[in-house]
Ligand binder design. Structure first.
Ligand code: TRP
Length: 334
């Protein structure tokens, strides 16, 4: 809670190009629920350097991601859209929380194990303490709800554990956050391998629809999507390719899987894939147009960044000063 309002915090990394999975699974949900809360939508660039980044690319992607938050429909006057690196409270609280987190807890994090295996040449301490920084993000704003994907649930659990531990020692300092899994909660899978999540780091560009893909590219990728052998549009675990396409179509159109089955009853995969492609292209078009328009408005975006940095810093400092006092740091003299 901040200023008597329920608070929502979420963030995304500016690595790779956002996919339809990120949009349907996260960004679109953010827009849908934004009005109900005091919101903070962060571009988590501190998290990004846990793996090596090209500085110029990271800077450009961070700016693009921030612009995309707005293009997707988050009003930057109402929602605090900002860069994590511009609010030093994230790093400062993270240090303090590191001292309240056990090695054993962090050792259990499955994402650390996966990332360590993937980046075996650079298993740095930041990668290990990544969940503590994420806890700091969330707790810094006294967040009540945190929209996250299933893959982040373990990080949310450790955030709650750290907050409860801290509160147990010092009194009620932090709000204990809850996960918000979204309305449909459907995970969007790769178009080339429906056993895998659609991922911005997939090496096969046909596996993912990128948010900025042109309509023909979108339609071409759906045409090439792997399907199954039943040759009918039926929602079932034994046809994971078609099931994924139905999930996508349902998320985009708001129809249920059953309604979708009915709509394509007696029709072939070809016709169905075309319809999915067209619906996705139409969904993304206004976001793309808005993004292109906003990208040209440098001073407008700069103004948003400045104003929201100030807002985020104001709330971050409130929590940080309280925490610093609780743990025994000397008072500031002014
Ligand atoms: N770790 C998250 C991810 O990779 C991103 C993130 C960082 C986040 N801090 C957060 C998400 C705080 C929600 C809340 O998806």
């Amino acid at each position: 809670m901040l200023d008597g309002k329920k608070t929502l915090f979420s963030g995304m990394q500016a690595t790779g190009t956002l996919t339809l999975g990120n949009y349907l699974g996260a960004l679109k949900n953010w827009v849908d629920i934004a009005d109900e809360y005091m919101t903070f939508y962060c571009v988590v660039d501190l998290h990004s350097i846990t793996v090596r980044q090209d500085p110029a690319v990271l800077r450009k992607r961070a700016r693009d991601l921030l612009t995309l938050y707005i293009a997707a429909g988050l009003d930057p006057e109402k929602n605090c859209i900002y860069y994590q690196s511009h609010v030093s409270g994230h790093a400062e609280l993270s240090w303090i929380l590191n001292c309240f987190t056990y090695m054993g807890e962090l050792n259990r994090m499955t994402q650390f194990k996966d990332k360590a295996a993937k980046h075996a040449d650079n298993i740095n301490a930041g990668l290990f303490t990544y969940p503590v920084l994420m806890a700091a993000d969330i707790l810094l704003f006294q967040s009540d709800v945190v929209p996250v994907g299933m893959d982040q649930m373990q990080h949310l659990e450790i955030t709650r554990d750290i907050a409860q531990r801290f509160n147990g020692i010092y009194g009620d300092v932090f709000t204990i956050p809850e996960a918000y899994l979204g309305k449909t909660g459907k995970k969007i899978m790769s178009l080339q391998d429906p056993a895998k999540k659609m991922s911005k780091s997939d090496e096969n560009p046909n596996a993912s629809i990128y948010l900025m893909d042109e309509p023909d590219a979108i339609i071409r990728k759906f045409k090439r999507a792997v399907t199954d052998s039943e040759a009918c549009v039926r929602y079932s675990e034994d046809q994971p390719g078609i099931k994924n396409l139905i999930d996508i179509y349902s998320s985009v159109t708001g129809k249920t899987p059953e309604e979708t089955e009915k709509e394509f009853d007696g029709k072939g995969y070809g016709e169905f894939k075309m319809a999915v492609g067209e619906s996705v292209a139409a969904l993304l078009k206004p976001v793309q147009d808005k993004f292109n328009e906003l990208s040209k408005e440098k001073s407008y975006i700069d103004g948003i960044i400045k104003a929201n940095d100030e807002k985020a810093n104001y709330y971050a400092l409130k929590t940080l000063r309280k925490v610093q006092k609780k743990v025994g740091f000397p008072e500031r003299i002014r």
